[in-house]
Design a binder for this molecule. Structure first.
Ligand code: NAD
Ligand code: TYD
Length: 336
């Protein structure tokens, strides 16, 4: 039985990953999360009493606090999700992105080396490769050409991981994935925002001409890829994961309205995001060939399941929107 330190496990993808690991295998999980606005322990309410699960509140950029966490838990593996993750917030102020994504990653690498963690899995994004024109795909060999403060901070963290492999011979694996969607995604990202707004009869803000393309992947497909990379990835390698589902934003928004039986009059074109990347598309050949991974969900199935989840879990996203979710930690953990 190994001990896995999952950072950012109270966020969207991290909480789905923690749940997946607890459903099979015999790993013990320590979920380390600072509980920023994006961290929500209600995402893991169903597993919080599992004896293989433990939550620790902590800031990955705080080296002293991380030393205490590593000294106490001595993880065999670190799976690193914790990050500032929203591009629009990085346009407004990049400070927290540099602190968490760059410095926080470096602190975790230092502590992993000091405490002899066996493997470090760094969860990154296709956005580090920059933007594509109408044709082509990102492979693991595509040069890093990040464009937003978010993606540039992730690119910097990827390069610090690369440096740890080459300089200190650490056993690190980098995963880069396309846009995720599914249960427990914070309703500031495109798909949950549009579902929640449509359910409340609010306008759906579509940036620019709505023709930017993202390669959508259902969150548990991404989590399976990370699990495979953790178990069978080769030290120093990068693995791309994509959903085989390139769609224009306006198509996604119209599909959501159709699934909800709402009219397209809710669509509201707004000013474009500054520096808005036009198209992302992933070539996942390497992960398929070497990890035996493949995404299980088509976009149509995944989107239907996601829309159903937000319809059935209105209380979850209403508590996020009202801010009530932020009292959960105090109530359940007494502020420890
Ligand atoms: P999220 O914003 O939902 O969750 C981030 C989590 O990190 C939150 O629980 C937050 O509290 C925590 N956190 C933030 N700062 C912290 C700090 N200083 N110390 C400790 N914890 C901190 O993000 P997500 O969408 O779940 O993304 C998780 C990871 O996956 C990120 O590294 C992101 O770059 C990467 N990724 C996301 C996507 C996507 O589509 N969402 C795609 C590819 C890669
Ligand atoms: P987002 O979910 O923020 O992910 P990312 O920027 O990391 O790809 O946005 C997905 C796409 O949807 C992106 O092209 C921007 C667009 N978008 C809108 O058109 N309106 C919105 O309100 C949001 C949040 C995003």
């Amino acid at each position: 039985m190994s001990k896995i330190l999952v950072t950012g496990g109270a966020g969207f993808i991290g909480s789905n990953f923690v749940r997946m690991l607890l459903q099979g295998g015999d790993h013990r999980i320590v979920n380390l999360d600072a509980l920023t606005y994006a961290g929500n322990l209600e995402n893991l309410q169903d597993v919080e009493r599992n004896e293989r699960y433990q939550f620790v509140r902590g800031d990955i950029a705080d080296a002293k606090a991380m030393d205490a966490v590593f000294a106490e838990h001595r993880p065999d593996v670190v799976v690193h999700f914790a990050a500032e993750s929203h591009v629009d917030r990085s346009v407004l102020d990049a400070t927290a992105f540099v602190r968490t994504n760059v410095i926080g990653t470096q602190v975790l690498l230092d502590k992993s080396r000091q405490y002899k963690t066996q493997r470090f899995v760094h969860v990154s994004t296709d956005e580090v490769y920059g933007s594509l024109g109408a044709w082509g795909y990102f492979t693991e060999e595509t040069p890093i050409q990040s464009n937003s403060p978010y993606s540039s901070s992730k690119a910097a963290s990827d390069l610090m991981v690369r440096a740890a492999v080459h300089t200190h011979h650490m056993d690190c694996v980098i995963t880069r994935c396309s846009n995720n969607y599914g249960p427990f995604q914070f309703p500031e990202k495109l798909i949950p925002l549009m579902i929640a707004n449509a359910l409340e009869g609010k306008k759906l803000p579509v940036y620019g001409d709505g023709k930017n393309v993202r390669d959508w992947i259902y969150v548990t497909d991404h989590c399976e890829g990370i699990r495979e990379a953790m178990a069978n990835g080769k030290a120093g390698e990068v693995y791309n994961f994509g959903g085989n589902a390139e769609r224009e934003n306006i198509f996604v928004v119209k599909e959501i309205l159709r699934l909800l039986g709402k009219g397209e009059d809710l669509i509201h074109y707004v000013k474009d995001r500054p520096g808005h990347d036009r198209r992302y598309a992933m070539d996942s050949t390497k992960a398929k060939a070497t990890l035996g991974w493949t995404p299980r969900h088509t976009f149509e199935e995944g989107l239907r399941q996601t829309v159903d989840w937000y319809v059935q879990n209105k209380a979850w996203w209403e508590r996020v929107r009202s801010g009530a979710y932020q009292t959960y930690y105090q109530q359940q953990y007494g502020g420890r």
